[in-house]
Write a protein that binds this ligand. Sequence first.
Ligand code: ZN
Length: 340
Amino acid sequence: MPDTERSLQDALGRVAGAPDMPALGRLAEEFLGKTGIVGKLLASIPSLPPAERKEAGLAANRLKREIEAAIGARREALEEAALASERAGEGFDPTLPAAKPRRGSLHPVTRVQRELEDLFTSMGWLVLDGPEVELEHYNFDALNIPRDHPARDTMDTFRCDAEGKLVMRTHTSPVQVRAMERLKPPFRAIVPGKVFRNETKDASHEHTFHQVEGLAIDRDLSVGHLIGAMKTLLRGIFGRDIEIRLRPGYFPFVEPGFELDARCPFCQSGCSVCKQSTWIELLPCGMVHPNVLKAGGIDPEQWTGFAFGLGLSRLTMLRYGIDDVRLLLSGDLRFLEQFA
Ligand SMILES: [Zn+2]
């Protein structure tokens, strides 16, 4: 069908020469619309002898595909040219805001820390901050840990001067002493923050980790108040009541001191988190030692206090089922992006 072939070549030539998008749109209508060459060909089929109809139908379809493909290609070329000229020309404004950068997400430790801060501030507690490079006096002496005390061995730290007067704090407790010096009792405060130990790193030890310590000073505080506060804390973290138990524990700055265990929130009869015991050793706590109150300028005859130290890194690991503490400080995005 030489006529059809000529019409096709003519159409393709005009499409390729279309100067802009409106012209291209008009050509599409002209060629592919009801009265275009394809439409005419299709309309003529019923009047053809039956033997020729199939071939005419195939030819019409081929024509349609070729013209559509040519229009698509021309449209792409026009769009590209328009973009290029826009970038090069006066209309292009490089001061317009760029595409927004990808937003990061809060670190899992930060998330749990903020939850705890919300929980305690809702109960009237203060949230305090203190220096990470601390005087030996606040980190040890004022907490009833003099130079020759064996407890210093378990808190081997990084020293910042030759005499060891300036250390990276090994716990957040020094802020408790600073708080007692500054605040008038009664008061209640938590201290979240980074602490440092000279540790050999493994899946459960890090040289830098996070703690939250709490201190309440008031008249006639008892172990009952301590237990009440700890149960509220656990209910806030795990969303339900968690059974707890106290075992005697020794910490120089409390008397009596306890190890608080919580019933494993993950199992009924033992799992790897609780080492098959159904109990998780969660935090040391106790009634503030009179010597510590005195060091903070508070009269132990009039005031009492309780304190607890919560491993924030450990709690975060429990909450999210993280099995290696080193992941927390790894800066590994494959790990962190899971908390977005
Ligand atoms: Zn368990």
